[in-house]
Design a protein around this ligand. Structure first.
Ligand code: HEC
Length: 232
């Protein structure tokens, strides 16, 4: 039932779009380059999908380079699309994409990420589904505006994408849950959140793997802190 719901919601988003959506018959996915503007109807691998995979799947002891459970390394486009298991993502087909299968699995022995990690949220699953349906491209865009930094529109979604995979659920890393405004404020005040995301010497970098937040994103966090960390 759940899968059908997700599929119909993805289809309705697809049909609502006015521009061309790549079909499975289009050329193989590859480097689709960089757009200066982020199209709100498109899902971008570098901004939307990779940080999600890194924070929910590529952590130590799972699918990072050192552990690569079942030969699967989810730390970048190459390894995801052209790794040992070449059925992880089949552009344009949710039914054949094994990654989609395991994140929507009902069986607790098969679902990814496995318990005690929380399953991906419906929103995160829909994002991955839409990216696969749009051709699973290696695309990226930049729309970070460092003069925009409200909590609900900028900071919370950024934390959701880049941090929540490790910092939520019943056993969050470092005992730190970053899913509420109050806990983020407390991590800024007492756990050097800004020093960690800006890779300040002497602090462990957060997120610990991948390229981390962009300079513009770090700027947005520091502007939000300077303005008193409002829950706006
Ligand atoms: C892949 C898992 C992972 C991701 C993703 C991640 N963290 Fe962490 N984080 C950890 C681990 C493990 C620790 C504890 C060890 C350490 O300090 O290196 C930690 C520690 C922290 C601490 C210090 C907590 C304390 O009290 O010592 C802060 C603050 C933090 N993370 C913030 C963030 C933020 C903000 C993000 C997103 C931008 C993020 N983390 C993404 C795994 C992660």
């Amino acid at each position: 039932m759940k899968k059908i719901f997700i599929l119909t919601s993805v289809m309705s988003v697809l049909f609502a779009c006015t521009h061309d959506i790549p079909t499975p018959n289009d050329p193989l996915p590859g480097d689709q380059g960089f757009s200066a503007e982020c199209d709100p109807d498109s899902v971008y691998f570098q901004q939307d999908i990779l940080p999600l995979l890194v924070s929910t799947c590529a952590m130590p002891e799972c699918h990072d380079v050192a552990s690569h459970e079942e030969g699967i390394i989810l730390d970048g486009y190459e390894n995801l699309m052209f790794g040992e298991d070449d059925n992880l993502i089949i552009p344009g087909s949710l039914g054949q994409s094994e990654l989609f299968e395991v994140i929507t699995e009902d069986d607790p022995d098969k679902i990814m990420p496995p318990p005690p990690n929380s399953p991906l949220s419906e929103e995160q699953i829909n994002l991955i589904a839409l990216w696969i349906m749009q051709g699973a491209l290696d695309n990226s865009c930049s729309s970070c505006d460092s003069s925009q930094f409200t909590y609900s529109e900028v900071i919370a979604p950024m934390i959701q994408t880049n941090c929540i995979g490790c910092h939520s659920g019943s056993e969050p890393d470092a005992g730190l849950d970053l899913s509420t405004h109050a806990s983020v404020v407390s991590a800024v005040s007492y756990s050097n959140l800004l020093d960690r995301v800006s890779h300040e010497a002497g602090y462990s970098a957060m997120p610990p793997t991948g390229d981390g937040l962009s300079d513009c994103q770090v700027n947005q966090i520091s502007q939000w802190i300077e303005s008193g960390m409002p829950n706006n």
